[in-house]
Design a protein around this ligand. Structure first.
Ligand SMILES: O=P(O)(O)OC[C@H]1O[C@H](OP(=O)(O)OP(=O)(O)O)[C@H](O)[C@@H]1O
Ligand code: HPA
Ligand SMILES: [Mg+2]
Length: 169
C-alpha cells in the first residue's frame, strides 16, 4: 500500500550501501571501542556485517523486531527475540560497551524499544529521517521525512522508459 506521506523515493544501490556503511564504520572508529554489536533484524544485518568487518568486532548478537508489516505502513511493534542477557551484562551492564546497528531510523519507535533493553549502548544507523534523529548517536545520511528509502535487497532490475515521449509517435 502506498503511503502518501512518503512520496519521494531514495533508491540505494549495493555500492552506495557498502560505501555508506563503511563511512559509518569510519565515523564510529573515533567514537568509542565496543565489545559487541547488536543488530536490529532484519535491516541491521547487512550494515552490522560491514561495520563488524571494519572494526574487528566478532561478537554479534541480534534483537529481532518487526513493525512495517505491509511495507510503507508501520503497524504494531513486535519483539520477536530479545537481546541475550550475556550481551546486556557485558562491561558495566545495561548495554555498556555495546554498539547497536540498524539500517535506518524513521520515527525512532524501533530504537526506542531497544534503548529500553540497552540504555547504555551506542546507537548507529546508516540513514536517518528528522523525527528519528534524536534517537541515534551516530548516522551518515539524513533524508527528509516524506522520503521512502528503497534498499538494494528489496529491489530488482527494471526497464526505465525515457523521459521524453517517443517523437516518432
Ligand atoms: O524508526 P522506525 O519508524 O521504527 O523504523 C525503522 C525500522 O523499520 C524498518 O524495519 P522493519 O520493522 O520494517 O523490519 P525489517 O528490518 O525486518 O525490514 C527498518 O529496518 C528499521 O528497523
Ligand atoms: O524509508 C524506509 N525504507 C525502508 N524501510 C523503512 N522502514 C521505515 N522507514 C523505511
Ligand atoms: Mg528493521
Amino acid at each position: 500500500m502506498e503511503n502518501p506521506a512518503q512520496n519521494k523515493a531514495f533508491p540505494v544501490s549495493w555500492d552506495m550501501f557498502h560505501r555508506d556503511s563503511r563511512a559509518l564504520a569510519w565515523r564510529l572508529s573515533s567514537e568509542g571501542e565496543w565489545k559487541a554489536i547488536v543488530c536490529i533484524t532484519r535491516g541491521g544485518l547487512v550494515p552490522a556485517g560491514i561495520v563488524a568487518r571494519e572494526l574487528g568486532i566478532r561478537t554479534i548478537e541480534t534483537v529481532c523486531i518487526a513493525s512495517y508489516h505491509d511495507y510503507e505502513n508501520q503497524g504494531e511493534l513486535k519483539v520477536i527475540k530479545p537481546v541475550d542477557p550475556k550481551v546486556v551484562d557485558l562491561e558495566a551492564g545495561e548495554g555498556s560497551g555495546v554498539l547497536v546497528i540498524d539500517d535506518l531510523v524513521d520515527t525512532g519507535k524501533t530504537i526506542k524499544v531497544v534503548r529500553e533493553m540497552l540504555p547504555k549502548a551506542h546507537y548507529a544507523t546508516v540513514y536517518a529521517k528528522p523525527v528519528g534523529v534524536p534517537m541515534v548517536d551516530t548516522f551518515i545520511t539524513e533524508v527528509s521525512q516524506d522520503t521512502w528509502i528503497y534498499f538494494p535487497w528489496d529491489m530488482g532490475w527494471q526497464f526505465q522508459p525515457p523521459l521524453a515521449k517517443d517523437s516518432a509517435g
